[in-house]
Design a protein around this ligand. Structure first.
Ligand SMILES: [Zn+2]
Length: 428
């Protein structure tokens, strides 16, 4: 198969020949029997998400491995890491293998299960980290995401344990007592609205502690969904020491602010904006963008968090936290980072494919688009602007904060080891 007329990382037009799931050749005017017209789209290495909630097993009313990976493919992703806060929790080799097998069965993208750090996400006893690492799922990323591993002794032991198999602990940094009952960012807006505030320090204190612990035991730490300017400063300091720390930011934290809780196109107190960690201030957004641009924050991860309508369309305090994100991620990142001149397409490829694959130790993803690499390719047209229509999502859930917003860009096609999963914007 030949993909005609694409611009690799936004460069000069070229054709890509694929054979046996691998990029065989890149050059001008290649000819062959089967051709797909890239129409000048940008070619990126297939996107890799380090932070996806697929909800299966247990909450198949919100998402399944099938619909979640369809959603991923439509967003340009060829691999996702499925978070462990399912029911049952992915805290044993059996559950992670179940999720991994479902991923192989549907094959809209590769599914790499994340293993829980503690049994039942309860923060009392380490889960079977070694058994999950040795399982068919070959787990390398461990996280209690949704909850914080707040016990410092357990966190230390987890960091020590995963060194044996080059694993990483991905921490959801949220000091539980400082955020008891918290509803939104603690600040001017929460004060006016009378909602319990979620202070920045609750995130920053855990990140600081974990950086020190990771350095102390010489292990790898990954910080999930960084949301405050203070967190950026701590991570910048920790990296300056040469410590093995990586961090992610979500698309929504790069674009949206806590003012939306008070005033938005969909009214005040609309739980569509309720998310963990909460939307922060304009100054935080600016700091996160600068940190992603200068490499202090390594990657973009979606924190795709599907919820059924009845869990979101309710009063603010009762509503579930989270937003779907796979199908809008690249457009939101274009709006926040490319349109602002902070990153070019090579920079986007690093932060949404190459580095997340490296953190997750995925050898078959995030490789530069060159002969010999697996043909995991995303074709993206940045020149169009379209209104976000949740009814068109492949995800089973519709809880997007971007409904009705006009965003740039469109995923034209996605190829997983040479096989199209999306063509002309539609699932294959
Ligand atoms: Zn989280």
């Amino acid at each position: 198969m030949i993909i005609k007329n694409v611009r690799i990382l936004g460069g000069e037009p070229a054709d890509i020949r694929i054979a046996d799931g691998v990029i065989a050749e890149i050059g001008p005017a290649l000819d062959g029997p089967e051709a797909v017209d890239g129409a000048g789209a940008i070619a990126l290495p297939g996107l890799v998400d380090l932070h996806t909630h697929l909800r299966e097993p247990g909450r198949e009313d919100a998402e399944t491995v099938q619909t979640g990976t369809q959603s991923a493919a439509r967003g340009g992703y060829t691999a996702v890491h499925a978070m462990a806060n399912t029911s049952p929790v992915a805290d044993t080799a059996g559950v992670v293998e179940q999720v991994w097998r479902l991923g192989r069965e549907f094959a809209h993208c590769d599914v790499h299960p994340v293993g829980a750090v503690t049994v039942g996400l309860e923060g009392r006893q380490l889960a079977e980290l070694g058994a999950m690492a040795d399982s068919a799922a070959r787990v390398r990323v461990f996280s209690d995401d949704g909850k914080c591993v707040d016990d410092a002794v357990l966190m230390r032991r987890a960091l020590e344990y995963v060194k044996a198999f080059d694993g990483v602990i991905a921490q959801h940094a949220q000091e539980p007592r400082l955020t008891s009952g918290a509803q939104m960012n603690e600040g001017v807006v929460s004060g006016r609205l009378g909602l319990t505030g979620w202070p920045a320090v609750a995130e920053e204190a855990i990140i600081a502690r974990d950086c020190l612990l990771a350095a102390h035991v010489g292990s790898r730490l990954h910080v999930c969904h960084v949301s405050t300017a203070g967190s950026v400063e701590i991570i910048r300091w920790a990296k300056s020491k040469g410590w093995n720390i990586t961090a992610e930011v979500t698309p929504h934290h790069l674009l949206l602010t806590d003012d939306l809780v008070e005033e938005s196109p969909v009214g005040a107190y609309n739980p569509i904006y309720k998310v963990n960690p909460p939307l922060r201030t304009r100054a935080d957004v600016e700091a996160l963008r600068a940190a992603l641009a200068d490499g202090t924050i390594d990657i973009v991860a979606t924190d795709h968090a599907p919820h059924p309508v009845e869990d979101k369309e309710t009063e603010w305090s009762a509503a579930a936290m989270g937003m779907v994100g796979l199908e809008t991620a690249l457009s939101v990142v274009q709006e926040a980072m490319v349109e602002t001149g902070l990153l070019d397409w090579a920079g986007i490829a690093q932060r949404m494919s190459v580095v997340p694959a490296r953190i997750g130790r995925l050898g078959g993803h995030g490789r530069p688009l060159e002969a010999g690499a697996p043909a995991n390719i995303t074709l993206y047209d940045p020149s169009v602007r379209t209104k976000v229509d949740p009814a068109a999502f492949a995800s089973k859930s519709r809880n997007t904060p971007y409904e009705g917003m006009t965003l740039p860009g469109r995923v034209v096609a996605t190829f997983l080891r040479g096989r199209p999963t999306v063509l002309e914007g539609k699932l294959v």
